[in-house]
Design a protein around this ligand. Structure first.
Ligand code: CP
Length: 310
């Protein structure tokens, strides 16, 4: 399949073979992402980075990926800095930015915003997170990290813990993990469990997820522990947040019963759900995971903008 000129709105738009192709190209990008090799293969192209929600990793890794390929970047990191603050619609904003660049990366607080942007933009749009909806490029880098750490994805026991209700990273990730035949366990208090629609979707694709609120019961069998932050900003009622805040905190004591080669991932940012002492263990792969955003996003820019020769 050619990714040339394609939108990346949802991971559901891609099958396993297509994802594997992106992961293969990502692997080729690693020496460039590390600065060990240099290229200007996409010189003359312009990326429009629109971030209407806070971001460190996604925004800066897209920017870094662009620079590593010779792409120029124009960017906005606050809605208040655009004419949306004067009442302009997202659709018109997208039409304008579309005229100023070759590819748009959009993070937006509303679910469905990237799909809408893709409709109004002639150039491709990449969803960098739409509210509690999805975060497909995070999923690609998560898969890349798992594949590099474990050598495979199929058959692994993958435990996802934390805010499964509002967490867009896990909403996207479970779709892809199901495509790859991983075993899923969802750990959350009942109020933050995986939404019914997402569960129904993966079950329809053959997944048989397990549900629990007891992390300690599932840690010994886990190959990958995917930890997420409980997202205060997404709770309509702050008192509901206070009931579940700090419920899961991974520390070395909790990992005593874990497999020696358990991989701990987190899309970051973390607050207090992984104790800093875990950073020094062989389990901790979350900073490597964050770095992997660069080769994976380089691969996407390269494929979508029609790069050749690397
Ligand atoms: N993982 C992730 O999306 O991080 P940022 O919010 O910092 O981009």
């Amino acid at each position: 399949m050619s990714f040339y000129d394609k939108d990346i709105v949802s991971i559901r738009d891609f099958d396993r073979k297509q994802i594997e192709e992106i992961l293969r190209v990502s692997e080729r990008m690693v020496p460039y992402a590390l600065g060990k090799k240099r290229t200007k293969v996409l010189e003359g192209r312009i990326l429009g980075n629109l971030f209407f929600e806070p971001s460190t990793r996604t925004r800066l890794s897209f920017e870094s990926a662009a620079h590593r390929l010779g792409v120029d970047v124009i960017d906005v990191s606050e809605m208040s800095a655009t004419s949306i603050s004067k009442g302009e619609t997202l659709a018109d904003t997208i039409r304008m930015v579309d005229a100023y660049c070759d590819l748009i990366v959009l993070r937006h607080p509303h679910e469905g915003a990237a799909r809408l942007a893709a409709k109004f933009s002639e150039n491709p749009v990449i969803n960098a997170g739409d509210g509690a909806g999805s975060h497909p490029t995070q999923t690609l880098l998560d898969l890349f990290t798992i594949k590099r750490a474990k050598g495979k994805i199929e058959g692994l026991n993958i435990v996802l813990v934390g805010d499964l209700k509002y967490g867009r990273t896990v909403h996207s990730l479970i779709d892809a993990l199901t495509e790859f035949g991983a075993n899923l366990t969802f750990v959350a208090p009942e109020t933050l469990q995986m939404p019914e629609d997402n569960v129904k979707h993966v079950k329809g694709k053959g997944a048989k997820p397990q549900f629990t609120d007891k992390l300690e019961h599932v840690i010994p069998h886990a190959d990958v522990l995917y930890v997420t932050r409980i997202q205060k900003e997404r709770f309509p009622d702050p008192s509901e947040y206070n009931k579940v805040a700090g419920m899961y905190r991974i520390n070395n004591e909790m990992l005593r019963e874990a497999k020696k080669d358990l991989v701990v991932l987190h899309p970051l940012p973390r607050v207090d759900e992984i104790a800093p002492e875990v950073d020094d263990t062989l389990h901790a792969k979350y900073f490597e995971q964050a770095f992997n955003g660069i080769p994976v996003r380089m691969a996407l820019l390269y494929l979508i903008l029609g790069g050749e020769g690397l």
